[in-house]
Design a protein around this ligand. Structure first.
Ligand code: SF4
Ligand code: SF4
Length: 363
């Protein structure tokens, strides 16, 4: 029975999709047994689509609500299911591994022996999935980069979805938590930490409400969110989020540990896998050839060009603006590319785009 439930869980997590869906390999089962009890796995397998109260979930299992509800609550606290309180009742829904369950495991920033074990199992699973993945899979990007606002050429008419600040201004509540990726690296090997700030993972709107309710992060003011953005930009971190106009998280990523940039780096053309739709342009006369921009670029997209002016490889450039904000001479500005379509509007539109790109993966 227990084996069956985890095999079924593998199918369930495969259907959920995301960057690391369920895969029938030994690393999946080792991780699944650590994350979910057999009872929890059975509940995950029975979850209906969409947000659902405990009653119908219990009915799908042929059980009474009061036996299933405490387990659902515990699973939400552990970041294994999503929950939201609305109109006096709590609704639950399933989560993919990424974005979702993996991140929630380390957002509290704790370092128990179980955290350390889980960090290793998740890393082993991610590595195995990357090895099994066929080249060209997931052609339509699931994430995108938002350029650093102050790197953008003055006078550019910027869409709201290209402005981190407008997301902060329009979202309520806001939450901050520990960067799952850098914390996972620290749990595996303290020395592997890159020294970039850890407390800069932002959640917005209903994403924030969940982490606040479940103690996975803390509620912050808009001013604190702006301060976090500024610290992240100073540290050369990249603003990454869902590839849709409606967003619920804003990661501040380093290329050494963060899952989003690591996946882009594994792509032969990172600029295609993850782009902001902006590109750097140089004022050659201002450049003193100090090479700071080359050192700061998280994608290794820059090299010294003719007359020592840095040259960009657009197949690698993700349009983050980290080069521009680090330039002491203000010799770089980010300009809008003409060839980048707007991100899908919402979750549904992103799903459609992913579905449409699927046949090309097999062709
Ligand atoms: S950081 Fe600025 S001044 Fe230095 S090489 Fe790059 S563009 Fe030139
Ligand atoms: S060149 Fe590098 S740092 Fe500059 S925008 Fe492109 S990826 Fe970012």
């Amino acid at each position: 029975m227990s084996d069956d439930v985890y095999r079924q869980l593998c199918d369930t997590m495969a259907r959920r999709g995301g960057t690391f869906p369920g895969m029938d390999i030994p690393e999946f089962y080792e991780l699944a047994v650590e994350l979910f009890t057999a009872r929890e796995a059975a509940i995950i397998n029975a979850l209906p689509r969409g947000l659902t109260p405990a009653g119908p979930i219990a009915a799908a299992l042929g059980e009474k609500e009061d036996t299933v509800l405490p387990i659902l609550e515990k699973m939400a606290d552990k970041g294994l299911v999503f929950s939201i309180k609305t109109k006096g009742r709590t609704l639950y829904s399933g989560l993919p591994f990424v974005p979702g369950i993996f991140e929630y495991q380390f957002m509290r920033g704790t370092d128990t022996s179980r955290d350390k074990k889980l960090a290793k199992l998740i890393m082993a699973y991610k590595t195995a999935v990357r090895q099994h993945r066929k080249p060209g899979e997931k052609d339509f990007p699931v994430y995108r980069v938002i350029p650093i606002n102050r790197s953008i050429e003055a006078g550019t008419r910027i869409h709201t979805y290209d402005q981190v600040k407008s997301y902060i201004e329009s979202s309520e509540p806001l939450a901050a938590s520990t960067c799952y990726c850098r914390h996972q690296a620290k749990l595996i090997d303290e020395k592997s930490h890159c020294g970039k700030p850890d407390d800069v993972c932002l959640q917005l709107g209903w994403g924030a409400r969940f982490v606040i309710d479940r103690g996975l992060g803390r509620k912050i003011s808009k001013q604190e969110a702006f301060d976090i953005l500024e610290r992240s930009e100073e540290a050369g971190l990249v603003h990454c989020t869902n590839n849709r106009q409606e967003i619920d998280f804003l990661c501040n990523c380093c290329s050494c540990h963060c899952i989003i940039l690591q996946n882009a780096l594994a792509h032969p053309q990172p600029g295609r896998a993850l782009s902001s739709g902006f590109q750097p342009e140089w004022y050659a006369e201002r450049c003193t050839a100090c090479e700071t921009c080359i050192e700061r670029c998280p994608m290794d997209a820059l090299q010294v060009g003719p007359e020592e002016i840095p040259q960009v490889d657009m197949d690698r450039c993700i349009g983050c603006g980290v080069c521009a904000t680090g330039c002491p001479e203000q010799a770089i500005e980010m300009r809008q590319r003409q060839d980048t379509p707007p991100p899908p509007l919402d979750r549904r539109a992103l799903k459609e785009s992913l579905k449409k790109s699927a046949p090309a993966q097999n062709g």
